[in-house]
Ligand binder design. Structure first.
Ligand code: GLA
Length: 656
């Protein structure tokens, strides 16, 4: 199987989406000069080029792309070639309205933007396959071609009629019979029993609350349909170039795709990452996505897109202060990226993204953005021989599952204040703040390699996943579970007792009497100074726990907020950040997991990748970090002994 290392060959990829079709050809030559000056060695061509490549149905215009492929090759820049299927040309919707998706209210998504394709449309799929076939045949032997990029950020939904047909077929395959579907969907409730497959629909606009299992299955179906679109194109390009890897770029922690499932179908896992430069949690939000992508890739991964400066899609779009682009790029490398790429190479002058930064901004080569891009290119070239291909290892795994998210984040639940990504983020932030390197894993994965497994919240757990957790603890692992875990089975059916009985036994809980969700800003006082937020629970212990932290005061006074039975912990609230960090720090220490480095100054992140130690100062003030021993700093090419000073947003990459 071809891999990312076949593309990088000991380098770190550096570059970005390149949209030269937006520019006159003389600009292409300036682009190449600036790319070479900045050390750019990879560009992604063709992402949204469908109407250029197929100006009229069935016609092909490859001339411009031929010239670009040659130009890139002549200048030593590799090409990640995208299939342009994320944005069909206007003629397609005009001639074939069946290619356009419908939303839940029956409204059509028209052309004029992008991603206006129905994943279920046979017509769309036919055109996409035909163009992919011709693109792959034409460039299979081109020396510039290094990697295939299928579509772009698959993210569409469709509630239309053709999607409804495919949804029924998907359900027939999943359930086999209408009886099984009726059972899984609990259709006895509100007179929803189905007597004919033709009656089954996607969860369209309804008078009141929709059937939650129908909604859950629709999300599963959508992820699977998009995956079918991806694998269809992937299989075509593979046939032409079996030696080249294939990827598609994920959005970070995007709700619409089961990325565990998807990453199994990719040779290279890539992600687009745009933390807000003003967000104080930006560094950790980035780390979370980097950790998750590395875990999906099971090794080096590709940062396919980031912004050199501001994006254009937040309410207020902040540029990156000097040094931040370098810091966050090197953070991605520290956490396993072998490619640092951007959307996009040259900032557009027209179109919806003209105020989105590029590596070359409107200010051109004299602009600070490009100047910093050039400096970063030099840094990456300096460290590449030591870092490319290196592995990041973690003793801690955070469990995450899309199906659980889809089931848990619906209407009509105990509290709409509980936002799954926020809970996941809070737990990861606590581990990040404690200096612990974490992987992510699916609840069904082999967990035996981890000393500590953390479950921020898995509302839905299949029987097999519960088995897996129990086996993990039996085998000597330490498990920490957050609230609302193990509530529902694979059909979103609440388990007897409100929480899986075997898990209750694992933690020493006899009865879960009630959930007591908290109002925004409300806290639940607990023993030892711990304060809970968001949620609390009325738990009756069975007396087998080794340790409990009680709620203090209020209705739950004296009942356990936290239980530890052997190596299994249950946390029935969301502790405030410091308390969660301390709690996880304790659990980690008990499991024999140490932070990467002790005694780091605030705001300094330490990550090991292979034999290298990355130190990243996320603060604007210089700091000094103690690093026992003598190291070589690959960035400054100096020797450091026992301590290293990091300037504002400074980074050191230390080799023993
Ligand atoms: C996504 C897309 C790009 C671009 C950027 C803007 O990542 O893939 O085409 O729209 O967002 O941030």
């Amino acid at each position: 199987m071809p891999r990312l290392s076949d593309v990088t060959r000991g380098r770190l990829l550096y570059g970005g989406d390149y949209n030269p079709e937006q520019w006159p050809e003389e600009v292409w030559h300036e682009d190449v000069r600036l790319m070479k000056e900045a050390g750019v060695n990879s560009v992604t061509l063709g992402v949204f080029s469908w109407s250029k490549l197929e100006p009229r149905p069935g016609e092909r215009d490859f001339g411009w792309l031929d010239r670009l492929m040659d130009l890139m090759h002549d200048n030593g820049v590799g090409v990640v070639l995208a299939t342009p299927t994320a944005s069909p040309p206007p003629w397609m919707g005009h001639l074939h309205p069946d290619t356009l998706p419908r939303d839940a209210d029956g409204r059509t998504e028209w052309w004029g933007g992008r991603q206006h394709f129905s994943h279920s449309s046979a017509t769309y799929r036919r055109y996409a396959a035909a163009l992919t076939e011709d693109l792959a045949a034409r460039y299979a032997g081109h020396p510039a071609l290094t990697l295939w990029h299928i579509n772009n950020e698959y993210c569409t939904y469709d509630w239309g009629d053709e999607a409804a047909d495919r949804f029924r077929a998907w359900l027939r395959h999943r359930y086999g019979s209408l009886d099984a579907l009726n059972t899984a969907w609990g259709s006895a409730f509100w007179s929803q029993g189905y007597g004919d497959w033709a009656e089954v629909l996607p969860p369209r606009h309804a008078h009141y609350l929709k059937n939650p299992t129908q909604v859950l299955d629709f999300k599963r179906f959508t992820s699977d349909m998009l995956l079918e679109c991806y694998t269809a194109e992937r299989d075509i390009v593979r046939r032409h170039t079996p030696h080249l890897p294939v990827t598609t770029n994920f959005m970070p922690l995007w709700a619409g795709q089961d990325a565990w499932r998807w990453s199994e179908e990719e040779d290279v896992v890539s992600v687009d990452l745009y933390p807000d430069p003003r967000d104080p949690d930006g560094p950790q939000a980035g780390a979370l996505v980097q950790d998750m992508t590395r875990s999906q890739a099971r090794g080096p991964w590709m940062l396919m897109e980031q912004a050199a400066g501001p994006v254009n899609w937040r309410r207020v779009n902040h540029p990156k202060p000097r040094g931040l682009n370098r810091l966050w790029s090197l953070q991605a490398v520290a956490r396993g990226a072998d490619a640092v790429c951007y959307f996009q190479w040259r900032q557009s002058r027209q179109g919806a993204e003209k105020f989105h930064s590029g590596m070359v901004g409107h200010a051109g080569e004299r602009g600070r953005t490009y100047q910093e891009i050039k400096e970063l290119g030099a840094d990456l070239a300096r460290i590449a021989p030591h870092v490319a291909g290196g592995q990041v290892t973690a003793d801690v795994a955070v469990l995450h599952d899309w199906h659980s998210w889809w089931a848990g984040d619906q209407e009509a639940r105990p509290s709409r204040e509980v936002d799954y990504p926020e809970v996941l983020g809070a737990w990861h932030r606590a581990l990040w703040g404690a200096g612990l390197t974490t992987d992510f894993a699916h609840p069904g994965h082999d967990l035996t390699g981890y000393r500590l497994v953390v479950v921020p919240q898995l509302y839905l757990l299949t029987d097999r996943a519960v088995d897996n957790l129990l086996e993990y603890v039996r085998g000597g692992g330490t498990l920490v579970c957050g609230f609302l875990t193990g509530v529902a089975d694979q059909d979103d059916r609440v388990r007897p007792g409100g929480m899986d009985a075997r898990l209750r036994e694992l933690f020493g809980i006899r009865t879960l009497h009630e959930w007591w969700p908290l109002e925004p800003g409300e806290t639940a006082e607990c023993g030892g100074g711990l304060r809970g937020t968001l949620w609390s629970e009325e738990l009756e212990p069975d007396g087998t726990a080794d340790e409990t932290v009680p709620y203090r005061g209020g209705e739950l006074d004296g009942l356990p907020a936290v239980l530890r039975k052997g190596r299994a912990w249950y946390v029935s609230t969301l502790p405030e950040p410091e308390a969660l960090r301390a709690l996880l720090g304790r659990a980690a220490a008990g499991a024999g997991v140490r932070p990467v480095l002790d005694g780091l100054p605030d705001g300094v992140e330490a990550v090991r990748r292979g034999e290298l130690l990355f130190l990243l100062n996320h603060g604007r003030e210089p700091v000094t970090a103690e690093v026992p021993g003598t190291h070589h700093d690959l960035l400054t090419e100096t020797t450091v002994t026992d301590r290293v000073t990091l300037g504002r947003y400074g980074v050191a990459v230390l080799k023993p």
